[in-house]
Write a protein that binds this ligand. Sequence first.
Ligand SMILES: [Zn+2]
Ligand SMILES: [Zn+2]
Ligand SMILES: [Zn+2]
Length: 256
Amino acid sequence: MKVLFLGSGTSVGVPVIGCKCAVCRSTDPHNKRLRSAVLVSSSTTSLLIDFGPDLHTQALRYDVTAVDAVLCTHEHLDHIAGFDDLRAFCWERTERLPIYSGERCKAQLSRMYPWAFAPGGYRGYVRAQGICHAGAPFCVGDIAVQPIPVQHATVETYGYVLRAGSASFGYVPDVKQMPDSSRELLRGLDALAMDGLCFPQHPTHLSIDENIALMRELAPKCGIVTHTGHRVDFNQLAAYLPDFMQPAFDGLELSL
Ligand SMILES: [Zn+2]
Ligand SMILES: [Zn+2]
Ligand SMILES: [Zn+2]
C-alpha cells in the first residue's frame, strides 16, 4: 500500500494570506502546506481522502488522474470545497463516483451540490453516488476501510483505517478527542497520521503535545503529524518529535 500526502496544512493553508511570520516567509518547501488530503493506493485500487480547495493544484502536481472512490472525513470546507474538481475523475467512468462519508456530511454535500447527486446528472460534471457508511466497515476493491468516529468541534467527523494485505494506515486529520472504542481501532498500525495544529492548546484540534501523548498510547510503527498550521516550522517540529514520529509534508510518500 502506498500513501501520498497531497496536502498537510490546516484550513487556511500555509503560508497564510497576508501573514509575515517566519514560517509563512520561509523558503523551505516543507513549510508550504496545501489543505490536508491523502491518496491511498494498492496495486489495483486508489482512494482519495478529502477534496479541499487545493484539489486542482494537488491533482496536477502529483499526477492524480483517476480514483476508484473518495472518502470524506467531515463537512468543513477545507475538506470538501474542491468538490467540483472531482469531475475529472468522473469523465472516464460509466458509473457514478462513490463518495463515502458520515450521514451528516452526505446530507451537506447533497445540499451544496444537488446537481451532482440528481438522477441522470449532467454530462461532463461530477456524477456522484453519496454513500453513508454509518461508521461501519466496508471495502473498495482490495482496500478494507474502517471509519473511526472522533470528536472535532460539533461536526460529525470520521478518521479512517485502511488495510491492504498486511499493511495498515490510519488517517485522522481533524480531531480533539476520541472515545475509547475508536482508540482501540487505531492501536498498533503500520502508520498513523493525526491532527497536530499548533503547540498551544486549541478548542477543536489536537495540539502537538496532545498528538504525541495520543501517539504514544496508540503506538503506531510510524506516527505522522498533519493538518499543521503556520506557527509550526517543519524542522523545529521534526527535532521536537520522538524517534518514531515525523511531521507530514506535501509530497510525503509512505510505502507500507
Ligand atoms: Zn480541517
Ligand atoms: Zn504565518
Ligand atoms: Zn475540521
